[in-house]
Design a protein around this ligand. Sequence first.
Ligand SMILES: C[S@@+](CC[C@H](N)C(=O)[O-])C[C@H]1O[C@@H](n2cnc3c(N)ncnc32)[C@H](O)[C@@H]1O
Length: 423
Amino acid sequence: MHAGLAGTVAGTRHTAPAAAGDAGCEEMARTAAGSAARSSCLTWTEDGAVRSARWRSESGQAPPKRVVVADDTMTADAAWRLACEGTALLWRGDYHNARQLLQAMGRRAAARPRKRAREPAAAAEAFHLHRMAQAQRARALGMLLIPVESATRIPFRRAPDVAEAVAEAIAGTPDADLPAAPFVISLRELLGLIGAHEWRRKGVWVPALEAHIHPWYGVFSPLRGEYLDLVARVPLPSPRLAFDIGTGSGVIAALLARRGVARVVATDQDARALGCARENLDRLGLAGGVELVHADLFPPGRAPLVVCNPPWVPARPGAAIEHAVYDPDSRMLRGFLAGLAAHLEADGEGWLILSDLAEHLGLRTRAELLGWIEAAGLEVAGREDIRPRHRKAADAGDALHAARAAEVTSLWRLAVSPRATSA
Ligand SMILES: C[S@@+](CC[C@H](N)C(=O)[O-])C[C@H]1O[C@@H](n2cnc3c(N)ncnc32)[C@H](O)[C@@H]1O
């Protein structure tokens, strides 16, 4: 850690929670129609005066109630203790030192002894305990706060320019309409925005496409892209038309268009995903053959091929941007299966891409999945499997290692059951 961070809790000015924010911030929060959780006020006392600023949290965290002002003299132990108690640290020091302090807090979080009276009885319990621990860790590490001036400038030495990263993250959200004004954000989230900006700029290489896909902040990234090998190799039922349900970055729509499908209609519920898909398809020169539609699941009509890669873990998302991975009660999966027959042409195929991780975690059974398929009047015409290639699958130290090591992703080829058509 930087030498300047050693020492005592000096530089910390403890404050009582302030009574009210300043009118500007309150006004700002009111004008952010529909985004109350994102654009509320953070209030603190500094140099004897009550201050407030707009609070930004893309993950939907409420503004911390207790805030102290902290600088380069704060030790990592003191910072970690305060953060664990729920006291936020509003940084007034060197930007680089703030990053180092966050890293040092992260090491303390990783080393924290797990208080377990007993080992979890089942995989599902282990998964829920793991998520609870992750949420606690995220809450504590989210307590180191950074002020951003004029929506883009961090007023500290060695601070990066965050203008583009912030603008990209809020584009298309209600906050994009807010006048440029100072705000406070957790350093952890800010680093997330900066990381997302870098991914968007560099892109993710998709071997099946032989091209880069550029994911936007909050949009599902095809980083673990083995499922795309399945989409690339399974024979197409027809080259005429396909639906891509929940298109995200547009990667499956692009792959289908590249494979020669003349027209693809791709849907998503998330405006950011549709913007991201548009940009990727334009970049790849494939936009002419793909129509993007804002829809809950299906577009109107029927197609000979309907593809869907729904979120695969039936659990509540911990943050707004986790909706592409966590889907409470398998809503999208069950909605896709229930509506598929009504959107397939005669002899058409539905391609469901699904990891069985949830089965290994005890969150869904194979019998449940097969039951939903049958109840929807569908039958399994075939299945192609692939094993994950990502590093976590081989990490024996990972809390969910047993489930991850056993994980298989499948492309289920579904057809309307003859029993359903004759009934
Ligand atoms: C796991 S991601 C898959 C994205 C992309 N198809 C891919 O394979 O990389 C799931 C996507 O479904 C979208 N989604 C979730 N519920 C939806 C719904 N009811 N209707 C349309 N899209 C939905 C999410 O916004 C997300 O982009």
